[in-house]
Design a protein around this ligand. Structure first.
Ligand SMILES: [Zn+2]
Length: 299
């Protein structure tokens, strides 16, 4: 009897060992030609206490979004501020005053940013939304031909937020995703509505991770590049490197699930130590400055 268990144990080890080995190989095999581009929709100037409880004064931050070129498709992570804000900040209503977007240059328009990487909006195959606030889903309407990837909880909250968590959604930014009344399908275009994680191309190179934290349906992406290695793109799951290092939370209205946010910080820190991952936040000026910006890229 004992020997049967031993045989079973050896067999299971062989199977799971092989599975682990295959996973490691797949990671090492992130495809040649993958590239990561870093963009910004300009800057916002706001009270630092909104990003970090207890902080004082104002802070000026970038509005980062990203393009990943992969042999199986061009993937955008977040879409920055709606371009309308460049010429008409009142599109944001009272939030324009609160967030102080710099609206000086059409160079921050998403078409102009993507052109630096040699792509047009129609070349984008997937748009992954870290969440749907105005500085992340602003330009999602410019990609009617792409598959939009988001957490179902996020779009529900974006259209009908819970009390206290309605700040920063501009319904006009994403209303076009929704089909006309009476249509059989709820969505006007192709979407992937998630309630969890997704390995986008099945090769570990673009891994979407659900993190109920900043908003009900926030998600991060780990991009595993063949030469530079892993990079965690946080969207607003974590605002600043200082927040990450000291476990500091933003203001209440920007921390839907504080415990989930601290869990997400731990997840990021684990990847930084276990995989030597780099991290790029949407709104940390110092980290942003240290990275290459489009047309330069990581591969
Ligand atoms: Zn943001």
């Amino acid at each position: 009897m004992k020997s049967i268990f031993r045989i079973l144990a050896v067999g299971l080890t062989a199977v799971f060992g092989a599975a682990f080995w295959l996973a490691a190989e797949a990671y090492a095999a992130s495809p040649e030609g993958m590239r990561l581009y870093v963009f910004s929709s300009g800057h916002l100037t706001l009270d630092k206490s909104s990003l970090q409880t207890g902080a004082t004064g104002k802070v000026t931050v970038p509005v980062a979004f990203f393009l990943i070129k992969h042999p199986k498709g061009n993937v955008l992570f977040d879409t920055g501020n709606n371009d309308k804000v460049i010429t008409d900040p009142t599109y944001w209503g009272p939030l324009a005053q609160m967030l102080g977007p710099d609206s000086k240059s059409t160079d921050i328009a998403i078409d102009a940013q993507l052109a630096k990487a040699g792509v047009k909006p129609s070349d984008i195959n997937y748009v992954v939304l870290g969440h749907m606030h105005l500085d992340h889903a602003g330009n999602v309407g410019k990609f009617p031909g792409a598959t939009i990837v988001y957490q179902r909880d996020e779009i529900v909250n974006a259209f009908w937020p819970k009390p206290g968590y309605g700040c920063c959604y501009i319904t006009a930014d994403f209303a076009n995703l929704r089909n006309d009344v009476g249509a059989n399908q709820v969505n006007r275009q192709k979407v992937i509505e998630l309630n969890g994680d997704l390995d986008l191309f099945g090769d570990g190179s673009i891994y979407i991770h659900r993190a109920v934290s900043h908003t009900p349906g926030s998600e991060m992406v780990v991009v595993r590049l063949p030469k530079s290695g892993p990079v965690v793109l946080t969207s607003d799951v974590c605002y600043l490197m200082d927040n990450l290092q000291k476990d500091l939370l933003p203001s209440v209205s920007l921390a839907y699930d504080p415990a989930g946010m601290l869990d997400a910080y731990q997840w990021i820190k684990h990847l930084m130590s276990a995989e030597d991952a780099d991290v790029i936040f949407a709104h940390d000026e110092e980290t942003f400055k240290k990275h290459k910006h489009s047309p330069e890229f990581y591969e």
